[in-house]
Design a protein around this ligand. Structure first.
Ligand SMILES: C[S@@+](CC[C@H](N)C(=O)[O-])C[C@H]1O[C@@H](n2cnc3c(N)ncnc32)[C@H](O)[C@@H]1O
Length: 131
């Protein structure tokens, strides 16, 4: 498998401490700069109010197969949690697209730390993504 970084996050969260455990719990804005070689792929994205952002949690700690989820007291299997300490530290966030200026997307609800590598962006489509 070969992953390509398509862009970088510019976020108010510089360190883990104080960052929201899910972006939905914060109204802070972040930007995602899509590299110019992929900018053409943004065409049409403005018609979506919400996007799914997949990013690489490049500063996550060592993998742990049992973790205590935030606000809980007992350990659970990693795959029943959203903890970052995963074999493949992928972060998934549904964000609100506030605006697009060229290859820069301004979004709300992203919990990625500053300079997190972005791997993919997909539109949120309620018919598909809501149960
Ligand atoms: C619990 S994870 C959830 C991520 C994503 N919303 C998900 O559900 O997959 C969110 C936490 O990951 C941490 N985080 C964000 N970006 C990171 C990065 N690049 N490296 C390591 N940890 C990161 C932040 O401290 C944040 O509080």
């Amino acid at each position: 498998m070969e992953l390509k970084t398509i862009g970088l996050v510019n976020s108010p969260y510089k360190i883990k401490k104080g960052s929201p455990h899910q972006g939905r719990f914060s109204e802070e804005l972040s930007t995602i700069e899509i590299f110019t070689e992929y900018a053409e792929a943004l065409q049409g994205i403005e018609q979506f109010s919400h996007l799914m952002v997949i990013y690489w949690m490049d500063r996550s700690g060592p993998v742990s197969l049992k973790v205590v989820p935030r606000g809980r007291t007992k350990k659970r299997g990693l795959f029943s949690t959203r903890a970052p300490v995963r074999p493949n530290p992928l972060g998934l966030c549904m964000v609100e697209l506030v605006k697009r200026e060229g290859n820069i997307l301004t979004v709300k609800w992203l919990d990625a730390l500053d300079e997190s590598p972005v791997l993919d962006i997909k539109p949120f489509v309620s018919d598909i993504d809501c149960l």
